[in-house]
Ligand binder design. Sequence first.
Ligand code: FAD
Length: 522
Amino acid sequence: MHMEKPRNIVIVGGGTSGWMTASYLAAAFGDRVSITLVESGKVGTIGVGEATFSDIRHFFHFLGLDEREWMPECNATYKLAVRFENWRRPGHHFYHPFEQMRAVDGFPLADWWLREPLTDRFDRDCFVLASLCDAERNPRFLDGSLFEQDYVEDKDDVARHTISAYQGAQFPYAYHFEAHLLAKFLTGYATERGVRHVIDDVVDVALDERGWIDHLRTGEHGELGGDLFVDCTGFRGVLLNQRLGEPFISYQDTLPNDSAVALQVPLDMERRGIRPCTSATAQDAGWIWTIPLFGRIGTGYVYARDYCEPDEAERVLREFVGPAAADASANHIRMRIGRSRNSWVNNCVAVGLSSGFVEPLESTGIFFIHHAVEQLVKYFPGEDWDPTLRTMYNNAIAHCMDGVREFLVLHYKAALRADNEYWRDTKTRAIPDGLAERLELWRSRLPDAETVYPYYHGLPPYSYMCILLGMGGIPLRPSPALGLTDDTAARKEFQLLRDRAEHLVRRLPTQHEYFSRMRRQQ
Ligand code: FAD
């Protein structure tokens, strides 16, 4: 048994996962651990990953960072929702917002809406944020105060929350940011707090007689020894998959999109406006993301090679963006979809793409990293390296990714679109067993806490309701009890929401106004 205190941590990889891990561990443990991060000067980072989950605020809060410090440095903007376009039919859109669904008399508003739709927009009828997205409003006023929602901001809250432990109300926004700028910002943060930064290639991973990592051999810096090794080497999985031989479980049978082509397109955002949401626009063999940043958009086509060639994908993407994309060079990416069977083996933990990845439809890559580092702290080993902690960590990570896979499969299964082979196949392809059962339940009653995937995976029941209602391909029914219930209170609630949305649309600034002002004040 390994009897050393795991005080010496070596992280391999300097992408988003490497620097998020280094920063978080430095913030959690301070100088009680020693952290070295080694990254190749030759192998680049993936170069994408710009939209997040609303829980990401816990990450920055844990690091003690204020938005005014890091957002301008990373050309960051706010994200209130994911906007799905053309998944039902051309010209249709709906939002999956960061806003809990209200309930009246024990039934979610969506249930009341199904009983008697007010308009053809369930999202605008049931959520305030859908209207703010349509009107391209910022969630904060120019003085920095957050618009009043269910969530009440407490500036004096000093307790550092983690995502899975936090039981408070839904925070109304996430961020978009430039991934390489965030990595650069966190490099400064982590190295200022004592993280040693080595730029070199790991050329060999030496194991001891039990198969634990003893040290890494680098091209120019000799051997790097450590107690705990964190594999942040991206899809390569240099330590966990390549050296320790941990198998990778593919999700490809249920999620066939295996490729992407990405562009970074500078645009005049003052003229164009900065939409406060990520857009996912359905295409013939996948979908295109549009992520508005301060000064440019990040965009890319996620597609399945079985249905579309890379050249064709690039052509479609360029046509979608228009003339502004003419000078942008394309980044073609082959994606490894699935997860490592165990993300933690012996004294090696994989975080980021080496641990697992599902296509970026709901922006879960950075959420997986954040969740993983929180769990790593939670299950951090003592000197006896209790294997039960490792098992609990592995279960938490596997459950989280498997749950997100189910949620993404639901998008395709539930989309009304079925106008070509790619979209028709989404209706007949295998789906995870659990989802098949749950879909049967949801045909009779909207998803709730009792019927969604049972382990923590970052997605509450209202998210499932949104996708089912928005995608339109699965018939849904209101609860029969509503036919016997007085709807006065529900009508009042819908009216309140509408009034509130109109009021906020009139008063809130645009994102461009807000961030221009934040930058001037720096
Ligand atoms: P990488 O960025 O690939 O970094 C790997 C690092 O390992 C590099 O620094 C490299 O130099 C180093 N390395 C490799 N081999 C060696 C070696 N032998 N020696 C030393 N160093 C080595 N996530 C989101 O949350 N939102 C999104 O919108 C989103 N969009 C995405 C779109 C696409 C198409 C893809 C593929 C991913 C997307 N993701 C998104 C996921 C996100 O990009 C990743 O989760 C994130 O960037 C983390 O990547 P990484 O750090 O694990 O790997």
